[in-house]
Design a protein around this ligand. Structure first.
Ligand code: GLN
Length: 505
């Protein structure tokens, strides 16, 4: 029974709860059992809150019995990336510098899922302060890809993606600054959505780069992402960059897309996101998915976005600039770790020793790059210049969206690579986000849906769909159409093809 429960989608679990076929306590326990059985290997979680989740589940069951369920998903458990503040639950951002920090407040998205009655299973592993594409930069050890535990689950949100892929949680929250929801989705065979910038509150999200960060859903189906997106989205007065616009009809768009009719939809294939360095198996599954869109009635054209080739260089100036200033708050006085060097208790010495011990190599690297790019005399040459290129990238999107409704590309140039392979080569690691970064720079929304398995390694490939700002519905319509057609071609969901996922290991 509990095996069956963990394999259900969140939408199916919501139906089962509504029909009285299960209880929140039963299905929360089923997921906790799954975590106990597989997470020693996967390491998707940094903290599991069994007691808290079961208490929330019991309250949910009591509400439902009284006919007072607060939301369709009331009682469906969820995992939360450890970069989101959770009152009473540790929040480390995958860093030693925040070890033991327990926030006194909830992030707005966390508050919204709690208010709707979703039990929180725990906090998921991530690259330190969300810097990375493999989760290997976590100070607490890497997460392993449930498809093949010798490989990376993507990053920085590898924990959330792996938890969902390994059936440890039906839903998870992630954050995407340059691809950290979409790329882990691609390499684990799951669905990930980066909403329009400002569409989901960032209040209580420990900022990596404020102008790029966005919270979004991590799920196994497009419909589940739509359900979660509708729940967490919408204006928040506590976030000054939150957009005061109504939440879109994502669920309706997903249901409509699943009927498979894309007649009249104009799709642009981004010319620059292909070529040298793109894995053959990734390009083959991408080409097939584009053909599929045509069969469903879409008009496909090739679109050139010439400035996208500069997106990575632009991102790696803007992001370090913003994060070097954000991370200045970790000064040994306010939160977490505090190291007092022997013989010198001065504020400067304590700060230096704490940061030296508390931050990992990738974090230090970016603080140095950012501080350099912002320093007087270099500001115009680097940061100012990057901001100009950022505007050009937004203009390429705007021009493209004059002639097409959505843009498509592979989500990531390769499938999941072996743990350790790119750890000593930051540039190779950065290249994983070539296709995802432009959307963050321009603030437009994107989704990654499974497109099949690469022939050379049998590992999942992601298909990315991008839409204009505040047109997130289009992601769900196109994503659901692709998902419905491909799962029927495969005879079931892609995760059913994963060699290790059925049954306990
Ligand atoms: N991999 C990218 C980086 O390291 C993206 C990170 C993210 O989206 N949080 O910056």
């Amino acid at each position: 029974m509990s095996e069956q429960l963990i394999h259900k989608t969140a939408a199916e679990l919501a139906d089962a709860l509504a029909a009285g076929e299960t209880t929140s306590v039963e299905l929360t326990q089923a997921h906790l059992d799954r975590i106990a059985a597989v997470d020693a290997g996967v390491h998707a979680f940094l903290h599991v809150d069994a007691e808290g989740a079961l208490a929330q589940a019991a309250e949910s069951d009591a509400r439902r019995a009284a006919g007072e369920a607060r939301h369709l998903l009331d009682g469906v458990p969820i995992a939360v990336k450890d970069v989101l503040a959770t009152q009473g639950l540790p929040t480390t951002c995958g860093s030693k510098i925040l070890e033991g920090w327990v926030p006194p407040y909830d992030a707005t998205v966390v508050r919204r899922i709690k208010d709707a009655g979703l039990p929180i299973l725990g906090k998921t592993n991530m690259d330190e302060f969300a810097m990375g594409s493999s989760t290997e930069h976590s100070a607490y050890g890497p997460t392993r890809n449930p498809w093949d535990q010798t490989r990376i689950p993507g990053g920085s949100g590898g924990g959330s993606a792996a938890a969902v892929a390994a059936f440890e949680a039906p839903l998870a929250l992630g954050t995407d600054t340059g691809g950290s929801i979409r790329q882990p989705g691609a390499v684990t065979g799951t669905v990930g959505v980066k909403p329009t910038y400002g569409g989901v509150s960032r209040y209580g999200l420990v900022a990596l780069a404020n102008s790029l960060d966005q919270v979004g859903p991590v799920t196994r189906t497009v419909l589940d992402s739509a359900l979660l997106h509708e729940l967490i989205g919408g204006h928040d007065p506590l976030d000054s960059t939150s957009v005061d616009a109504p939440v879109g009809a994502y669920v309706e768009a997903a249901r409509q897309g699943a009927t498979g009719d894309l007649a009249g939809l104009r799709v642009g294939v981004i010319k620059e996101l292909a070529g040298d360095g793109w894995q053959a198996g990734v390009m083959a599954r991408f080409a097939e998915t584009v053909e599929l869109l045509e069969k469903l009635g879409a008009e496909v054209t090739e679109i050139s976005c010439p400035t996208f080739v500069h997106a990575m260089a632009t991102y790696y100036l803007i992001l370090p600039a913003e994060c070097s200033s954000n991370l200045a708050k970790f000064d040994a006085m306010r939160y977490g770790l505090r190291v007092v060097p022997e013989g010198d208790p001065s504020a400067e010495a304590v700060m230096r020793a704490t940061r030296d011990a508390g931050f990992g190599d990738e974090v230090k690297r970016r603080i140095m790059i950012g501080t350099y790019a912002l320093s007087s005399g270099y500001y115009d040459a680097y940061y100012g210049q990057a901001q100009k290129v950022r505007t050009l990238i937004s203009r390429d999107f705007a021009a493209a969206f004059e002639s097409v409704d959505v843009l498509v590309s592979p989500t990531s140039p390769t499938t999941a690579f072996p743990l350790g392979e790119k750890l000593d080569d930051p540039l190779a690691m950065y290249l994983q986000d070539l296709a995802t970064i432009p959307a963050n720079l321009a603030g437009v929304p994107g989704i990654s849906v499974p497109a099949g398995l690469a022939d050379e390694d049998g590992l999942p490939v992601g298909f990315q769909v991008l839409a204009p700002a505040l047109a997130d519905e289009r992601l769900y319509r196109v994503g659901a159409a692709v998902e419905a057609a491909l799962t029927s071609r495969w005879g079931g969901p892609i995760l059913a093809k994963a060699p290790n996922l059925e049954g306990p290991r």
